[in-house]
Design a protein around this ligand. Structure first.
Ligand code: SF4
Length: 202
C-alpha cells in the first residue's frame, strides 16, 4: 500500500486527532510527556492538574523539593525517577536556555530525562514542527502494517520519515497513536473493518 493510501485511511479513521495530554505551555507539555512513560494520558492529566497549580513554570519546578514532587506525581509510577528528571530538566532549562523550552531536537535532547521521542512530541505538538515521534503504539502499528521490521524506535522513525512526506509526520504520529491505543491494541486488537487487514503482518 502506498504512503498516500495509508494516510487516507488514517484520515478516515481519525480526521482530527488531538493530543490527550493537558498543557498550556511547551514546558507543561514537556513535563506531561515525561510523566506519561508507562502511564495513561488520563492519569497524567489528573496529576498535572494539581502539579501545575504550584509548579507550572520551569523556575518554580527548578526550586522544588524532590520529595514534594514525588508526592504529587506518585500515582504515575516510577515517581522517584520522574520527579528527579522533571526537576533536573527544569534546572537545565533555567541554566542553559534562560527558562525557555528550545525548539530543536539537538537542544531538547540535551535536557535531563528528554529522549528523542519526548523531544519529537514537543516539536510536533507544542511548536507545530514536522516530527515523527515513535512511541510503543507507533512502533507496534508500523510493524503490523509492514512499514518496518524492527524493535528499534530510532530505526522506525528513520523509515517512517523516508516513507511519508514531511508534511504528514506530526499528524500521522497522532493518528497512529490513536489507532494503536483504541483499535490496533497490543492485546486483542479490534480487526473488524480495519482498512489495513490485507497488508497486516500480525
Ligand atoms: S488487522 Fe488488526 S492487527 Fe492488523 S492492523 Fe488492523 S487492527 Fe491492527
Amino acid at each position: 500500500m502506498q504512503a498516500e493510501e495509508i494516510k487516507k485511511h488514517f484520515d478516515n479513521l481519525f480526521p482530527s486527532p488531538k493530543c490527550e495530554l493537558d498543557y498550556e505551555t511547551p514546558f507543561q507539555l514537556l513535563v506531561a510527556v515525561i510523566l506519561s512513560a508507562q502511564c495513561t494520558d488520563k492519569r497524567v492529566c489528573m496529576v498535572t492538574k494539581e502539579l501545575f497549580k504550584e509548579y507550572g513554570t520551569p523556575d518554580k519546578m527548578a526550586k522544588a523539593e524532590q520529595g514534594e514532587i514525588e508526592r504529587l506525581v506518585h500515582s504515575c509510577g516510577f515517581y522517584h525517577n520522574k520527579a528527579k528528571n522533571i526537576i533536573a530538566m527544569s534546572r537545565d532549562l533555567m541554566n542553559k536556555f534562560n527558562g525557555q523550552v528550545p525548539k530543536t531536537l539537538e537542544e531538547l535532547t540535551t535536557l535531563s530525562g528528554v529522549g528523542r521521542k519526548t523531544a519529537n512530541v514537543v516539536i510536533g505538538e507544542a511548536f507545530g514542527g514536522d516530527a515523527f515521534a515513535v512511541d510503543t503504539h507507533v512502533l507496534r502499528v508500523s510493524n503490523r502494517l509492514g512499514l518496518v521490521k524492527t524493535d528499534d524506535a530510532g530505526r522506525c522513525e528513520q523509515a517512517l520519515c523516508s516513507y511519508f512526506p514531511q508534511k504528514y509526520w506530526s499528524g500521522l504520529h497522532l493518528q497512529m497513536v490513536h489507532f494503536g491505543r483504541y483499535k490496533c491494541r497490543s492485546q486483542n486488537p479490534d480487526c473488524t473493518e480495519c482498512p489495513f487487514v490485507k497488508i497486516c503482518k500480525k
